[in-house]
Design a protein around this ligand. Structure first.
Ligand code: ATP
Length: 238
């Protein structure tokens, strides 16, 4: 069965003033997949996600979502269409409670199923349920990452973009976060995962891409990339 391509990035170029951060990157994400984008610090992964979600202007190339170019569309419009990012550093509303943060995640919706979806998020993240009335800013880094992911799920994403979800977390929390990513993917959400933890990200991925100096230099199944000698030497430390 051929899966529909939900997101197609072709020849993407993004610059900050005179600095070219992304220099013609191409890749795609198909329905139901978990695709990992790995690469060193400064390779252009975050910039790529920002361009995809309308937070950074596209200098050249195209971004198609659900078969149509979305170049120039803003983050709010894209979220409403189901293209939702959990940014690096999480960006939770620190002075709001967990429940209020989750309600904010549904701001693009006007249906009557928001409370039911909060309960679903609580099933995926029991830790958030225990702390429903706690202020987000008083939670640990791992808990805030869970909240940021829960909040994104409240928008009912068709494609969920995760930027470095494991960054700065303790090993136990890293395990938990990858477990939850696997669960969310298992529930049918298509995911584009940007990670520096290449071994964990590729182990979960259907497919992966390697980004170096603003370009996509390798692609393959998660397993093939994990076993590739060049990937092992550069990103897995063996
Ligand atoms: P990391 O894993 O460290 O976040 P990354 O692969 O996500 O790395 P980007 O954050 O996309 O990389 O950065 C790509 C390049 O663009 C880097 O050289 C970075 O210094 C530069 N860059 C990123 N944001 C800005 C900005 N706001 N202004 C100027 N240059 C920037």
């Amino acid at each position: 069965m051929t899966q529909a391509t939900l997101l197609k990035i072709s020849g993407l170029k993004v610059a900050y003033g005179g600095i070219q951060a992304v220099k013609g990157a191409s890749f795609e994400v198909r329905e139901g997949e978990l695709v990992s984008l790995i690469g060193a610090n400064g390779a252009g992964k975050t910039t790529t996600l920002k361009a995809v979600t309308g937070l950074q202007p596209v200098m050249a190339g195209d971004i198609e979502y659900l078969g149509k170019s979305i170049k120039g569309q803003g983050a709010w419009d894209l979220a409403r269409q189901g293209l939702v990012m959990v940014p690096e550093g999480r960006g939770t509303f620190t002075r709001m409670t967990i429940v209020e943060n989750l309600q904010m995640g549904a701001y693009t919706r006007n249906d009557g199923e928001i409370d039911a979806d909060i309960e679903k998020v609580f099933t995926t993240f029991p830790r958030l349920k225990e702390r429903a009335q706690q202020l987000a800013g008083t939670m640990s880094g791992g808990e805030q990452q869970m909240l940021a992911m829960g909040r994104a799920l409240m928008a009912r994403p068709k494609v969920l973009l995760l930027d470095e979800p494991s960054m700065g977390l303790s090993p136990i929390m890293v395990d938990k976060i990858f477990e939850v990513i696997e669960t969310i993917h298992g529930q049918g959400t298509t995911i584009l995962l940007v990670e520096q933890n290449a071994s964990r990200a590729l182990a979960l991925a259907n497919r992966g891409y390697v980004m170096e100096s603003g370009e996509v230099t390798m692609s393959g199944s998660g397993r093939d990339l994990l076993e590739d000698p060049q990937v092992r030497a550069a990103y897995l430390g063996h």
